[in-house]
Design a binder for this molecule. Sequence first.
Ligand code: IMP
Ligand code: MG
Length: 180
Amino acid sequence: MTELGREKLKVLIRRAAIQKRVREVAHQITKDFKGQRVHLVGVLKGACIFLSDLVREISLETSIDFIAVSSYGKDKQTSGQVRVLKDLDSSIEGLNVILVEDILDTGLTLNYLLRILQQRKPSALRVAALLDKPSRRIKEVKGDYVGFTIPNEFVVGYGLDYSERYRNLKDVCILSLPPD
Ligand code: IMP
Ligand code: MG
């Protein structure tokens, strides 16, 4: 248990386990899209570290792009509103798109993104998520490539933040906040 201020961090998934699993997911993508190109679309900012590790383990022709959506507020609560803050740089028409997310939680973000990306006529549209918290689902969505299914805990590290902090942790950790 590490303590920063009065916020407590407890390791949930260690760096080595993440590396191993990211490699496995990348190999599965390489197999599924054999002989083709894949276009990875990272959802900023949480997915940036997962995407950069994942793309280097994929043995195919690849390209990358990023999209940013409003996270619904600064806290751990969701209002259900999603808005595009930064759109893709280029068209995805005819491409094998893999949407790369840090975590599937309520499913609201993913549900929205899948709807707008599908309208742009990709050849395939898949979802890769490092983490999945299925117990929190409001919208029914499924990841095609999921790193780890985790319990209903708020986690940080390996790209995931709490108010923009902790993205740099090498492990995925459970964050507990002091009572108000
Ligand atoms: P969803 O739309 O509720 O599925 O959640 C999407 C976004 O909420 C994720 O991309 C994260 O940025 C954020 N989020 C959800 N759960 C966590 C968590 O446990 N830690 C940090 N961010 C989270
Ligand atoms: Mg995010």
